[in-house]
Design a binder for this molecule. Structure first.
Ligand code: AMP
Length: 475
């Protein structure tokens, strides 16, 4: 769960990287970093905290150059250490290299120990450094970035959208299953690649398309070139991006996230209709779902919880105790909207169950008569190994409980989760093209101790270019 961006723009990049990262802030609040290149020097700045806290106008002014990469981090591997903040920067054979990654590798340990056995040392505890090492070794040897990415794709198992800058040229690639989102846009004097289309919107840019799974995109001041490196037998777009993680105004792999969520809201009513006085979301994650539910059911949409705008996502809190406290600071019930009412309370997902239980208690204390909970995802049954923070089965309330048991545990009057079939229909991408590991316990890659599929991947021998013409017309 991280956000990445790469920009080449003749008018300078630091401010644009800052805006794009601001738009991607929801993907990671722990730290942020920018590296830029001006033709001879690599400029770097990074720190812990939100984008607005890490970069001052003076820092941005010092980040010179017409190309750069940026990263907002939420840690999934690698602990909360300053050296783990991305982009990671290296100098090799007179080249300046900077790299940022969104995703999670499942074979980091093996790859790392291979390097360590050959005497190399690591300066971070991240899987990102492993990717950088593979690329740098391969580029040093062959001098060809396409070959290096090809080798990288053969060696990495897991999810990875990667942006790197080598002497001011931006390269972006996406794993062959396309697990994490990644897209390309045109801006006034150049191009941008970013985790989500909202970053392109923030720059007043024009969305071009998603980076294809297994594709490498190269951008320099002459333009853009795309090379297909690997083609997998299927895709595995992360279903949780649609459920919760991505911003509702993003378009991911051709689908507007807001529409998915409001359609699911309608389907939640169809699947388990209930007569109630009002429909309320848990803001903001439940809002689009609740609007869809209200539209379909003709039950009035009423806000009964107000969110404090100045607080981040509660799950950023590192301990369960802090998370529980944060729920109260974050949301305030409106008793006048709740007194003696039967309410349909809509949210995207139940993960640990902490939030729902607390909120239901608050709503009842504020006067609600009945609280019927409707959830926009099926039960979350299994951990994610591919980049979303749901580490163990023990932490997931539904891993060993049926819906009725969860209902009792969160003290809801009734509880319904959307069916997987309805969710997949709402997304409009076939189920076998989505990663549903957290919902089904079946993963798109072989994972130790878990049920997994082995995708067939064709590695294109040598590389070929695609779409050059269509991009030319954009510039
Ligand atoms: P809880 O059930 O208390 O863990 O809270 C679940 C709520 O937190 C969901 O409704 C989401 O809005 C949000 N959330 C989504 N993903 C996660 C996650 N990986 N860990 C914790 N909370 C999450």
């Amino acid at each position: 769960m991280c956000g990445i961006v790469g920009i080449v723009d003749a008018g300078g990049v630091s401010i644009q990287l800052y805006y794009a990262m601001y738009a991607l802030q929801h993907r990671g609040q722990e730290s942020a970093g920018i590296s830029t290149y001006d033709g001879s020097t690599l400029y770097k700045s990074k720190g812990q905290g939100l984008v607005a806290d890490v970069f001052s106008p003076a820092t941005l002014a010092s980040l010179k150059g017409m190309s750069g990469v940026g990263h907002v981090r939420y840690p999934t591997t690698g602990s909360n250490l300053p050296e783990n903040i991305q982009p990671l920067n290296f100098q090799f054979k007179d080249h300046s290299f900077s790299l940022a990654h969104n995703g999670n590798l499942i074979n980091t340990r093996e790859l790392r120990s291979e390097f360590e056995q050959s005497g190399q040392i690591f300066t971070t505890t991240t899987d990102t450094e492993v990717i950088a090492r593979i690329l740098i070794d391969a580029i040093s040897e062959s001098g060809c970035v396409e070959d290096a990415v090809h080798l990288c794709m053969r060696r990495l198992h897991g999810s990875y959208s990667v942006v790197m800058m080598i002497d001011g040229i931006i390269y972006a690639f996406r794993d062959p299953l396309g697990i994490k989102p990644f897209c390309i846009g045109k801006i006034e004097q150049g191009y941008v690649v970013a985790s989500e289309s909202v970053a392109i919107d923030a720059l007043n840019g024009k969305f071009i398309r998603d980076i294809k799974p297994g594709e490498l995109v190269r951008i320099d001041n002459e333009g853009i070139r795309c090379t297909q490196i690997a083609v997998a037998s299927s895709r595995a777009h992360c279903i949780f991006e649609y459920i919760y993680f991505a911003r509702a105004d993003s378009v991911i792999d051709g689908v507007l996230v807001y529409d998915v969520r409001s359609t699911i809201g309608g389907k939640l009513f169809d699947e388990d209709p209930i007569a109630a006085d009002v429909v309320s979301p848990i803001p903001d994650s439940g809002t689009a779902y609740a609007i869809g539910y209200a539209r379909k059911s003709n039950i009035p949409y009423v806000e009964s919880l107000l969110k404090n705008r100045y607080i981040g996502r509660t799950f950023i809190m590192t301990s369960q105790k802090l998370r529980e406290k944060a729920v109260r600071i974050k949301l305030n019930p409106i008793p006048a909207h709740l007194k003696d009412k039967s309410i349909v309370l809509v949210d995207d997902s139940i993960v640990r169950g902490t939030t729902s239980k607390r909120i239901i208690d608050m709503l009842r204390e504020a006067g609600a008569r009945e609280v019927h909970v409707r959830i926009g995802s099926p039960q979350i049954k299994a951990p994610c190994y591919l980049g979303v923070d749901m580490p163990t089965r023990e932490e997931l309330i539904a891993s060993d409980k049926v819906e009725e048991q969860v209902k009792r545990s969160i003290t809801a009057s009734s509880l319904h989760h959307i069916s997987l079939q309805a969710l997949v229909e709402a997304i409009g991408i076939k189920q076998d093209q989505l990663c549903t590991g957290c919902l089904t316990g079946c993963y798109p890659l072989p994972i130790d101790g878990e049920q997994g599929n082995k995708p067939e991947i064709d590695y294109v021998i040598g590389t070929y270019q695609v779409n050059l013409e269509s991009f030319k017309t954009e510039s």
